[in-house]
Design a protein around this ligand. Structure first.
Ligand SMILES: *Cc1c(COP(=O)(O)O)cnc(C)c1O
Length: 405
């Protein structure tokens, strides 16, 4: 008997909850000798019984070669699509590979893309230095007021692209309000939902068309691999699959990585619950601390976007940003004093990670003087990724570090 969650079509009557689907969806152990954990298929190519079978595979979209197809990766894709509420998913080698595949796959010379003015630093580089070279016009807009979108939309607008929560500010953008406005010119709305993960936020339910995640962050969650995914309607994802993997970027996810990401994904809802609980406590304590000038956290009462966050997220996630009264220098002193939290640029891991974007920028400027700050990211901003260590230990470490502010 097939496993009850084995088909994307959901042939059975049972409708499982998110945590159950994160563990079982899209995998039928009976098809793989009863192996409870999905096997990892290491193969670069597929052999055929006859020329006729090879013709059939080629005509059906080409299950010929592992740049485009791998059974392990396809289980992960089915599961991620189900959890996000999408028709289809395409996994790729990194989150940036997802952004590159998306923009190179959907935009052509003369097209326009509107982006929120604050984005993950390398997405800023992609939209500021990368795609304009190909005659694609990029228009940064402050989408914290969705009405700002109206003046920037034109018949050439193909995509409206933003993150929520925003990296590194943890600002919240209103997915439903932005999507409603973008619909006026038929632009597709793309949400980089990396900071939330599908356990806390599903942008397609609020009117977005495509969701992007860096799988490197919460979905894998253990800081040991890189990956990315694009999710959306079947037609768009099939187009990005055939163009992106076959010849535009070729940025295929390794099957070993897909197996590890599936292992991480099984505990995603549990982890997000704890990340959210600890981060809220830490945000509240920071807000009360005499050395702290401001705190931004989606579920912190009074934090900008709090009402919208309650509407489109089921938890605040583990990411917060804050600034000290002693700004840039205070941030450096505090970060240097941390003992438990790691100074590091990734996020969403079981380990608590902290970074100071302005320090990275200044260090970069010594080799690339033209490097500019990201709009909305001040000198004082500290990005804090609350891990899964005991919340009291995370706070004690931060509190002792803040004594040096
Ligand atoms: C990390 C990150 C990316 C890029 O993902 P990689 O896997 O590092 O390439 C994109 N968007 C956001 C919001 C991120 O945090």
């Amino acid at each position: 008997m097939p496993h009850p969650n084995s088909t994307a079509a959901g042939s059975n009557e049972r409708v499982d909850g998110f945590a159950t689907r994160a563990i079982h969806f899209g995998y039928d152990p009976t098809l793989y000798g009863g192996a409870v954990a999905p096997p990892v298929f290491f193969t670069s190519t597929y052999g055929f019984e006859s020329m006729g079978e090879m013709d059939a595979a080629a005509s059906l979209g080409g299950k010929l070669y592992a740049r485009e197809h791998n059974p392990t990766t396809e289980i992960l894709e089915a599961r991620l699509a189900n959890l996000e509420g999408a028709e289809a998913a395409l996994t790729v080698a990194t989150g940036m590979a997802a952004a590159g595949t998306l923009m190179l796959g959907l935009l052509s010379q003369g097209d326009e893309i509107i982006v929120h003015q604050t984005l993950y630093s390398n997405t800023v580089a992609l939209t500021r230095d990368g795609i304009p070279r190909f005659g694609i016009k990029v228009i940064p807009v402050d989408l914290s007021d969705p009405a700002n979108l109206d003046a920037a939309l034109t018949p050439k607008t193909k995509l409206v692209y933003f993150e929520t929560p925003v990296n590194p500010t943890s600002e919240i953008l209103d997915i439903a309000a932005i999507s409603a406005r973008a619909a006026k010119v038929g632009a597709k709305v793309v949400v980089d939902s990396t900071f939330a993960s599908p356990a806390l936020q599903r942008p397609l339910e609020h009117g977005a068309h495509i969701v992007l995640h860096s799988l490197t962050k919460y979905i894998n969650g253990h800081g040991d691999v890189l990956g990315g995914v694009l999710l959306g309607d079947r037609g768009t994802i099939a187009h990005l699959h055939s163009h992106g993997l076959r010849y535009l970027t070729g940025a295929t996810l390794s099957p070993m990585t897909a197996g590890l990401i599936m292992r991480g994904l099984k505990t995603l809802p549990l982890r997000m619950e704890r990340h959210s609980r600890s981060a809220l406590t830490i945000a509240e304590k920071l807000a009360d601390h005499r050395a702290v000038a401001w705190v931004r956290y989606p579920y912190l009462e009074g934090s900008p976007g709090y009402e919208i966050a309650r509407k489109q997220m089921s938890g605040g996630s583990g990411m917060l940003s804050f600034g000290l009264k002693n700004g840039f220098d205070g941030a450096r002193r505090v970060l240097d004093r941390l003992e438990l939290a790691s100074r590091g640029v990734s996020l969403g891991d079981v380990e608590t990670l902290v970074m100071h974007p302005a320090s990275i920028l200044r260090a970069r400027q010594t080799v690339r003087p033209e490097a500019k700050p990201v709009e909305g990211v001040g000198d004082d901003l500290i990005r804090f990724s609350v891990g899964l260590e005991d919340e009291a230990d995370i706070w004690d470490d931060l509190a002792q570090a803040l004594e040096g502010a």
